[in-house]
Design a protein around this ligand. Structure first.
Ligand code: CA
Length: 231
């Protein structure tokens, strides 16, 4: 059965644009420009995913986000014009499953909606294989937002988590600092490239004795994950 996406966006043009693209991709679509209405729809309709603009005129978007999670953990992809690092981190702490910063390409939004839904279904079915590295010593469970090293959970900040998951996507591949900033932050942030090193240092510290061997420095180029992914 086609999944139903609730689009919560007060700008009519964006709302209708998203509706068109989502319907073309085969989704059932509900739309509203009001946060209060969104909360009502979440309560009474079978919504599989919410696409949520954080800047709403009535109810704060973040309240809608909390509501969606309270109601059986409906996944949320946040649309936001707020581009500051703090806002993105704040949103992730609140538990947004993904982020799209305005202006966005509607095709990209549809792709992200599909990825989040697939992840959510995998988790529900217990079917999503959790990738492991180094012969099962490191496990990265993206759905549960959890890194486990040698049997112990590692508490990571959003940036450290972003660094680790980025490096782990293709073990052995070298990522430059510039690339890491863009992948972890999703955009360029002046001066941030220089601070990547300190985030890597913190990440290694949290990974304990395994840190330096797990996150390797490639001199003059960048960083890579030292352990290979298990088959
Ligand atoms: Ca808005």
């Amino acid at each position: 059965m086609a999944a139903t996406v609730l689009v919560v966006e007060d700008e009519k043009e964006i709302r209708e644009l998203l509706r068109r693209y989502l319907e073309r991709a085969g989704y059932g679509v509900l739309t509203t420009g009001s946060g209060a209405e969104a909360v009502r729809l979440l309560g009474e309709r079978g919504v599989d995913l919410t696409l949520l603009d954080l800047g709403l005129p009535d109810v704060d978007g973040e309240e809608v986000l909390r509501e969606a999670h309270g109601l059986g953990g409906v996944p949320v992809v946040v649309l936001t014009a707020r581009t500051s690092v703090e806002d993105r981190i704040h949103g992730l702490r609140l538990g947004a499953d993904d982020y799209v910063t305005k202006p966005f390409s509607p095709t990209e939004v549809v792709l992200r909606v599909g990825a989040v839904l697939q992840r959510a279904r995998g988790t529900a079915a217990g079917a999503a294989p959790v990738p492991s590295y180094g012969g099962g010593r490191l496990r990265i469970d993206e759905a549960r937002h959890e890194a486990v090293l040698d049997g112990a959970a590692v508490e990571l900040t959003p940036t450290e988590w972003g660094l680790l998951t980025t490096l782990a996507a293709v073990p052995g591949r070298v990522y430059s600092r510039y690339e890491l900033v863009n992948r972890v932050r999703g955009y360029e942030f002046a001066g941030y490239e220089r601070t990547i090193d300190s985030h890597v240092k913190n990440l290694r510290h949290k990974l304990g004795a395994r840190g330096p061997e797990l996150v390797e420095t490639v001199l003059g180029v960048g960083y890579r994950l030292g352990w290979s992914r298990d088959p």
